[in-house]
Design a protein around this ligand. Structure first.
Ligand code: B12
Length: 214
């Protein structure tokens, strides 16, 4: 039996983390297809959250709650999803550069991408330049996201781009950078493909860019 998945969207948007887990579990247990739960319940919910945020109708703590709900629900349905169900939109490797321990914005960006159907590989905080290069080699993502919150760690992003060039894989991945001190001008200066001022717009900017490269 399948259930009304718009209810899942509504609970997600309302930021009811535990209720969302419960309903997602119930949906799985009642035999609802996991991909349907994702595509007809969770993703439309995260779309709404992203839109509300962009429009200024939702604030950071609420967005974080919704993102937490999304993560919890993803944990439940992930074992039931096939590879083919995931990552249709693309694959993102994301991390915070070396010397930088800030992860809230990076995780939020990752969750927004996950919410938009990207397969997200979050390599964590304080990642040495080589870890980004290795992750690109290993996972072959369509997008590499780097986060820096300190002016002292921003230069690591340019260094990673240079290392990607040296490894001969720069052209295989779109590079997007973000973090409070980062600007569009800085992205251009270090040769990143994309910059997004916030996690909500990052998904739009990236998807448009990837489409234009097809
Ligand atoms: C929380 C915080 C911390 C926490 C981090 C906890 C954690 N788990 O992340 C702790 C306490 C650990 C911390 C430590 C430090 N911090 Co601090 N911290 C902050 C604070 C208050 C908020 C950052 C945050 O989470 N914001 C909320 C998120 C959602 O916003 P965001 O990170 O900007 O992310 C958004 C966008 O930038 C974008 N984004 C972010 N990453 C990415 C990546 C991609 C690919 C994309 C597309 C988008 C994207 O999307 C996000 C959502 O829209 C900021 C102040 C500020 N206003 O930014 C200072 C701040 C960043 N910290 C600062 C400093 C100086 C430090 C310390 C050096 C303090 C100290 N003396 O010890 C240490 C450094 C530790 C280290 N080595 O990293 C300074 C940096 C100054 C500078 N320009 O260099 C700031 C600006 C505070 C200040 N005004 O002085 N900090």
């Amino acid at each position: 039996m399948s259930m009304d998945l718009s209810k899942i969207s509504e609970i997600l948007v309302a930021g009811k983390v535990d209720e969302l887990k419960k309903q997602t579990e119930e949906a799985v247990n009642s035999g609802t297809n996991a991909a349907d739960i994702l595509n007809q319940g969770l993703l439309p919910g995260m779309d709404t959250v992203g839109q509300n945020w962009k429009d200024g109708d939702m604030f950071m703590p609420e967005v974080l709650r919704c993102a937490k709900g999304m993560s919890g629900a993803m944990e439940i349905i992930r074992p039931h999803l096939s590879e083919a169900d995931m990552g249709n939109a693309g694959k993102l490797v994301i991390g915070t550069v070396a010397g930088d321990l800030h992860d809230i914005g990076k995780d939020l960006a990752g969750m927004m991408f996950e919410g938009a159907g990207y397969k997200v590989i979050n390599i964590g905080i304080d990642q040495p330049n080589e870890a980004f290069v290795e992750a690109v080699k290993e996972h072959k993502p369509s997008v590499l996201g780097m986060s820096a919150l300190l002016t002292t760690t921003m230069p690591r992003m340019g260094e990673v781009i240079n290392s990607l060039k040296e490894a001969g894989i720069r052209d295989e991945v779109a590079v997007i950078i973000g973090g409070a001190p980062v600007t569009k001008e800085y992205a251009e200066e270090i040769g990143a493909d994309l910059y997004a001022p916030n996690a909500g717009s990052a998904v739009d900017i990236t998807s448009k860019y990837l489409d234009s490269q097809k």
